[in-house]
Design a protein around this ligand. Structure first.
Ligand code: NDP
Ligand code: 13P
Length: 346
């Protein structure tokens, strides 16, 4: 049963924070949407729009924008953390200053931190004072903000070490247009959500090079194999990768024009340089930093991640995208299921 009337702060007034604020307002919660840009918050409160991120969407007047974190946090029971992975530590540090009682943090960011190789829930545990942290819940799955804000049917999954907390978040968000499942495998849910962005960049490159649906299907399928290979070694349940936060999100991100990762890859495939692409995008392209993390994780866990490694060479070593595809196609012959069968039997 959907619950109502909770006070929730959505931290991050970009595409995803705003779309989730819409879902929560539809469910009759009191939504405080925090953003760090005064003009944007003024726009949200004045004209009930957020034109940079969701240009055609009229927001409910019940969504109140705040540029003061202290005011946004006043009296709330839950935080939805919707900033890019890169900003999470900084933002958590600021939030902690205004929090006086334990709180549930619902994070929706799809990334892995390079060098520390931490998933977002692990970053939160490390960064946020333990005595102020009630539960951490991740919400992930195939869900472009552009479609959620139009109330098009969308399904996601929520996961937490505390199943009751996950069920509560399911109740907070669930409605006729936004169906929420629970899954107890937080590692798998976070790994699937983060690593699909890498494959979406690669799919965009493939499309930008002019390759067709065969190539994209190959990237999705072999991409899923390497995500599952790494994720399982990191402790995930392999079945999670067949779910919404795995194959579901991989499909939507590799095939949708809404995907910033796909669009960034597409521009790279057409010959643009990475810094030009990122400037052009003006929104977060999580897959770029996560490619660095995946490259490091593949070494740490000694798993084959040929697509992630080829992408790493394109992004960070100026490898030519066409040659990267040639190198993937020219790899030594192998059996399709060998590694995965071993994983499932472990
Ligand atoms: N968009 C989508 O459809 C979905 C996105 N996600 C995930 O959600 C997360 C957020 O993405 P999304 O909303 O799309 O990204 P956007 O680029 O659309 O928005 C990011 C928001 O975070 C703000 N921000 C960036 N750095 C900071 C900082 N240091 N302090 C405070 N605010 C900051 C940005 O502010 P500014 O305007 O100043 O840049 C902007 O408001 C990502 O991890 C993404 O993978 C998950 C599912 C769907
Ligand atoms: O995660 C997303 C959809 O589920 C959004 O993907 P992009 O960040 O590539 O736009």
């Amino acid at each position: 049963m959907t619950c109502k009337n909770e006070k929730i702060a959505v931290i991050g007034a970009g595409s995803w924070g705003t779309a989730l604020a819409i879902v929560l307002a539809d469910n009759e919660h009191e939504v405080h949407l925090w953003g760090h840009k005064k003009e944007q918050i003024e726009e949200i409160n004045r004209s009930h729009t957020n034109k940079k991120y969701l240009p055609d969407i009229q927001l409910s007047e019940s969504i109140i924008g705040y540029d003061s974190l202290e005011m946004a946090m006043n009296g709330i029971n839950n935080i939805v953390l919707a900033v890019p992975t890169k900003a999470i530590r900084e933002v958590l540090g600021k939030i902690a200053k205004f929090q006086t009682k334990p709180i549930t943090i619902i994070h929706v960011s799809k990334g892995i931190e390079p060098d520390t190789l931490l998933r977002v829930s692990e970053m939160i545990k490390e960064e946020f004072p333990n005595d102020l942290l009630q539960d951490i819940v991740v919400l992930s799955g195939p869900s472009h903000a552009e479609e959620v804000s139009l109330r098009h049917p969308t399904t996601v999954t929520v996961s937490s070490e505390n199943e009751e907390a996950a069920k509560h978040v399911q109740d907070l968000f669930m409605n006729q247009n936004f169906r929420v499942y629970t899954n107890s495998d937080i590692i798998g849910v976070e790994i699937g959500g983060a690593l699909k962005n890498i494959i979406a960049l690669a799919a965009g490159i493939s499309d930008g090079l002019g390759y067709g649906d065969n190539a994209k299907a190959a990237l999705i399928t072999r991409g899923l194999a390497e995500i599952a290979r790494l994720g399982t070694k990191m402790g995930a349940n392999p079945l999670t990768f067949l779910g919404l936060s795995g194959i579901g999100d991989l499909i939507v991100t590799c095939t949708s024009v809404h995907s910033r990762n796909w669009r960034a890859g597409n521009m790279l495939g057409k010959g643009m340089k990475l810094n030009e692409v990122l400037e052009n995008m003006g929104m977060v392209v999580e897959g770029v930093r996560t490619t660095k993390a995946a490259h490091q994780l593949a070494k740490k866990y000694d798993v084959q991640m040929p697509i992630a490694n080829a992408l790493y060479s394109v992004l960070f070593n100026e490898f030519n995208p066409k040659e990267a595809v040639d190198s993937l196609m020219g790899r030594l012959k192998t059996h399709e299921n060998e590694d995965l069968t071993n994983l499932l039997n472990d």
